[in-house]
Design a protein. Structure first.
Length: 154
């Protein structure tokens, strides 16, 4: 019996995560018609694969004792860059993806180099990188929806 309880304690985070996933899925199923369909289940993980990839990268950073605040902004910038290259600029999707992957890697390498070679605190470097990536994204797509204005229209 004590072995069973010890094993549950060791895996408590996994069990809790699974329970939360089931509770959220059940809540969605009761609130929205068709949520319990096989299509929703089949699309649940592939549609959110980018979140898993970002979470895996952040897990590795945290395990090594580091911190990276810029992940979400770099992800947003590369998404907007890809959309801009494919849409208005007419690039082939594969080339746009490779270019966006290169751009995101370049941003990460630049921040890593500042931390490593200049002995700057990772918190400040990635905070600055976060604002830099957000600025680049805003430069590419100044307004997410041109028909929406913030504040009083002139």
């Amino acid at each position: 019996m004590t072995s069973f309880l010890a094993q549950i304690r060791r895996n408590l985070a996994v069990w809790t995560t699974g329970a939360i996933l089931i509770a959220l899925y059940a809540t969605g199923g009761f609130l929205y018609e068709g949520f319990f369909s096989g299509r929703v289940v089949a699309n649940l993980f592939p549609d959110n694969a980018f979140l898993g990839t970002a979470a895996l990268g952040m897990t590795l950073v945290i395990f090594t004792g580091g911190i990276d605040l810029s992940v979400g902004s770099v992800l947003g910038f590369t998404s907007i860059l890809t959309a801009t290259l494919i849409g208005p600029m007419g690039w082939p999707p594969t080339l746009a993806w490779l270019f966006a992957l290169f751009a995101g890697t370049l941003l990460g390498m630049g921040m890593g180099r500042l931390v490593e070679k200049c002995s700057l605190p990772p918190f400040l470097v990635t905070l600055a990188g976060m604002f830099f990536a957000r600025g680049l994204a805003l430069r590419l797509a100044p307004s997410p929806c041109p028909s929406i204005t913030v504040g009083m229209p002139l």
